[in-house]
Design a binder for this molecule. Structure first.
Ligand code: HEC
Length: 122
């Protein structure tokens, strides 16, 4: 008995394999060896984005203008005062964000407020 694959049959196998692979069915181990998608890393904390997304609703233009909340740029308050206000809020006026941010993150936000300039996009 002749076990050799005859050319016409071989051609048929190639066509079937091509159709399978076209349909997304792996026909060779290589097709299966996709590297697992890397777990996305948590984006680094951005005081600017945080400010824009959360605080900007009341402290307009990144705190460069008064809105529902006061202007924060060029504040004459101490860093500690700003830190405490952000962390503890003020009843009836501003929420306490001590539960949302770590102390380090609040310090980053205070630094961001200190970096605000009237003539410079934050
Ligand atoms: C719902 C509106 C609102 C949001 C949101 C808000 N604030 Fe305020 N914020 C206020 C108001 C109103 C005051 C004034 C409170 C007072 O009388 O001391 C204030 C005061 C402050 C002060 C003290 C300023 C000063 O000179 O007395 C800082 C600092 C501050 N906010 C930072 C932030 C930051 C940072 C965020 C976001 C994490 C934020 N605020 C979100 C309304 C808001």
């Amino acid at each position: 008995m002749d076990l050799q694959v005859k050319p016409p049959l071989y051609r048929l196998l190639v066509i079937v394999a091509a159709l399978l692979s076209f349909a997304g069915i792996p026909v060779s181990p290589a097709a299966d060896e996709k590297a697992p998608a890397a777990a996305p890393e948590a984006p680094a904390f951005s005081s600017k984005n945080t400010f824009r997304n959360i605080c900007g609703f009341c402290h307009e233009d990144y705190g460069r203008k008064a809105g529902k909340g006061p202007q924060l740029m060029n504040s004459e308050r101490s860093d500690q005062y700003l830190f405490d206000r952000i962390k503890n809020g003020k009843a009836g006026r501003m929420a306490a964000f001590g539960g949302a941010f770590t102390d380090d993150q609040i310090r980053e936000i205070v630094k961001f407020i200190r970096s605000l300039r009237p003539d410079q996009e934050p």
